[in-house]
Design a protein around this ligand. Structure first.
Ligand code: 5GP
Ligand code: MN
Length: 336
């Protein structure tokens, strides 16, 4: 962010600040938003967080999480809050359509916007951009933002616990997207007294019985392997959603089980939602699913974790995914 000085000048007086992040917020969306909240709050600003939709229960322990405004639940409060904003921070997403209707409200507000994000090709809607795909997570970028703001002396256990949560979410607890820089950042976060064991336990050991039974169902009855393209697919139908009473977040992480097989290089998790069919894509190593998500499924994301959707049937999505595979035959060949 070259123009950070200008931003810091703007923030030299108390402001009404809105922080927003993407729909179906994950640990990084929540952790980066709350981490930034606790930081900005120290400077006398009034800070509000708005998410388009609810977040999973296993993040409910995070300090201040119960004050987050959810657009789906309180659209009027959310709109009024955006209208009051002097400045809007957009965290962990690269395009305004990732925040649903809230995106229109944000676009309509003629106030400075700050983008802090680690996705490819951000839409140019923000005056201030801290966008870098080499970062593990938006939470790691919020740490850098604090550094650039010369605010490191404000780093405390609340900020650090939130950022640590975002980092473990987006790195699969340090399995991917890691770097020497990340471990230096995490080392500093832990120095504030963060209870890393406790956070790992609260974030990762959070399944209930229903979710584990659903996982069993997916692996026993809904999984297909296509060995010639090193591909695995899991599909969930509307009937499954009713039978298992699946709520948002219950299916989190299921797609990763496909990658636990040595020979699988690409994994797809396809779900039938009320109006759309959603695809979650994962890959290992150098093979990128980002291009497939943007080219064929109105989506995007990261090299090894992307997603998209279509206003089509479940069957269409499965057929379309299978049709795309031959285009990448060489990279996906089990002999390469
Ligand atoms: P998930 O598969 O967990 O829903 O999403 C994985 C990643 O893919 C997310 O972090 C996000 O970057 C990206 N992603 C998922 N769904 C969409 C989508 O519909 N549009 C775009 N642009 N990106 C998506
Ligand atoms: Mn993220």
């Amino acid at each position: 962010m070259e123009n950070i000085e200008q931003l810091l000048d703007f923030l030299a007086v108390p402001r009404y600040i809105v922080i927003t992040s993407h729909r179906n917020p994950d640990g990084d969306a929540i952790g980066s938003s709350l981490g930034l909240y606790h930081f900005l709050n120290k400077f006398g600003h009034t800070v509000r967080i708005i998410f388009p939709s609810e977040f999973p229960d296993n993040f409910g322990w995070m300090p201040h999480s119960d004050n987050i405004i959810i657009y789906d639940n309180d659209p009027d409060v959310a709109k009024e809050t955006v209208e009051r904003a002097d400045i809007i921070y957009c965290l962990d997403f690269n395009a305004l359509d990732r925040i649903d209707k809230l995106g229109e409200n944000v676009a309509d507000q003629n106030v400075p916007k700050v983008l802090i994000d680690h996705h490819l090709d951000p839409e140019p809607f923000a005056e201030y951009e801290l966008s870098d795909i080499s970062y593990s997570s938006t939470s790691e970028l919020v740490y850098t933002y604090i550094e650039l703001s010369k605010g490191m002396k404000e780093l405390d256990i609340d900020i650090a616990s939130c950022l640590y949560t975002g980092i473990i979410t987006d790195t699969g607890s340090f399995k991917y997207s890691t770097s020497p820089r990340l471990f230096r950042v995490v080392s500093h976060l832990l120095e504030t007294g963060v209870d890393d064991y406790d956070i790992q336990d609260k974030v990762n050991n959070s399944y209930n019985e229903k979710q584990i039974r659903l996982l069993g169902h997916c692996l026993s009855h809904r999984m297909e392997i296509i060995p010639e393209y090193s591909a695995g697919i899991i599909v969930l139908t509307k009937g499954d959603y009713e039978h298992f009473d699946i709520k948002r977040g219950d299916t989190e992480g299921i797609v990763n089980y496909l990658l636990m097989m040595r020979n699988i290089k690409i994994a797809a998790f396809i779900t039938e939602q009320p109006t759309i069919v959603k695809i979650s894509l994962r890959s290992k190593g150098d093979f990128s699913v980002q291009e497939i998500a943007s080219k064929y499924f109105n989506g995007g994301g990261h090299k090894n974790a992307s997603g998209g959707y279509a206003f089509k049937s479940l069957g269409w999505m499965v057929r379309q995914f299978k049709k795309v595979l031959p285009e990448y035959a060489e990279a996906l060949s089990p002999y390469n």
